[in-house]
Design a protein around this ligand. Structure first.
Ligand code: SME
Length: 154
């Protein structure tokens, strides 16, 4: 556990696994978003987007503020890039990424992890951080595991 966090990756993974085993699908995604948002202080905003045709549509989210980007065309933003390539996008400094669509003035870094069922991209986990370079390999490994767990519940 690092300072400011009250969950470590393993405990969060176990909490999410338990939710998926015990909670009905309509509410489980919001609860998982809550675990991520409340469990890791550096995760300043957490949302799940669903791929609907050629648009990403915002589902459950957790954070201090709502985003105006509730529908993002697949070709736009860091979110659109991850949903198109199927690969995790890690942006250490959002001010230096020309694809970045700004949601919150406080955001410094962002990670977007696609949720896939074999080759189909169903959606993604999008996390903003108010800290620069907040995400590292441990976040990538953890969030890709979470995305995997979610893929059968979307
Ligand atoms: N920053 C994202 C848009 C979504 S907000 O972060 C919630 C992007 O560049 O696609």
């Amino acid at each position: 556990m690092t300072d400011g966090e009250f969950l470590d990756y393993k405990s969060a993974e176990q909490a999410i696994k338990k939710l998926l085993e015990t909670q009905p699908t309509p509410i489980v995604l919001q609860k998982i978003v809550d675990v991520l948002y409340e469990g890791f202080e550096k995760y300043s905003w957490v949302g799940i987007y669903f791929v609907k045709g050629d648009v990403l549509v915002l589902g459950p989210w957790g954070g201090k503020q709502a985003t105006e980007h509730t529908r993002i065309p697949l070709g736009r933003g860091v979110c659109g890039a991850a949903a198109t390539s199927g690969k995790t996008e890690l942006v250490d400094d959002v001010s230096k990424d020309r694809r970045y669509l700004s949601c919150f003035l406080s955001t410094r870094s962002e990670i977007v992890v696609p949720i896939k069922k074999s080759t189909m991209i169903l959606g993604e986990i999008d996390i903003d951080s108010d800290r620069p370079s907040a995400f590292d390999t441990a976040d990538v490994v953890f969030l890709e595991k979470v995305a995997d767990m979610l893929s059968s519940h979307i």
